[in-house]
Design a binder for this molecule. Structure first.
Ligand code: THU
Length: 165
């Protein structure tokens, strides 16, 4: 038997930051500010990620590059690792991402890389809670209600159980 299947997801797009919910705007503003602290001498692409936890605490991260290129890390994973280490049990509820390049914040919304999507998906999976993703461009902002929407048919710990059932 053959079945044709498809996967789609809904997201929201805003053209003015002022139209965001105040909490989302606060998080995006934090991501924009923290991007300026990035260490990105090789790409010049400075990324900021701000993660809101259930308690309301905001944990931020930037990309930190390295002369040995693969040793660098993205802003999103830095923020998630920081939250996991310093606020265990306080589940992430929203993640805003913004980038600064050249002399300005990027016009287009920044999208997390594949590695970061995998790590965001693991956070959702282990905490059984969606993380709302806020992708910030200067005049275009996308909001996706769950990070896992960005990684359909994902590999997760359930996949490891395949031979243990
Ligand atoms: N980068 C991030 O920090 N997050 C993203 O979502 C995309 C890419 C970083 C990695 C590297 O330091 C630079 O941006 C260029 O790829």
């Amino acid at each position: 038997m053959k079945q044709d299947k498809s996967i789609s997801f809904n997201y929201k797009e805003f053209d003015k930051p002022e139209d965001l919910d105040p909490a989302d705007l606060e998080l995006l503003t934090k991501a924009r500010e923290i991007a300026l602290n990035a260490y990105a001498p090789y790409s010049g692409f400075m990324v900021g990620a701000a993660l809101r936890l259930e308690s309301g605490t905001i944990v931020a991260g930037t990309n930190v590059e390295n002369a040995a290129f693969p040793s660098g890390i993205c802003a999103e994973r830095n923020a998630i690792s920081n939250a996991s280490a310093n606020h265990p049990g306080d589940r992430p509820v929203a993640l805003a991402i913004a980038a600064f390049s050249g002399e300005d914040h990027s016009a287009e919304p920044v999208s997390p890389c594949g590695n970061c999507r995998q790590v965001i998906a693991e956070e959702e999976f282990r905490n059984r809670r969606n993380i709302r993703i806020i992708l910030g461009g200067k005049n275009k902002i996308r909001i996706i209600e769950s990070g896992s929407d960005l990684l359909p048919l994902q590999f997760n710990s359930d996949c490891l159980k395949v031979n243990r059932r």
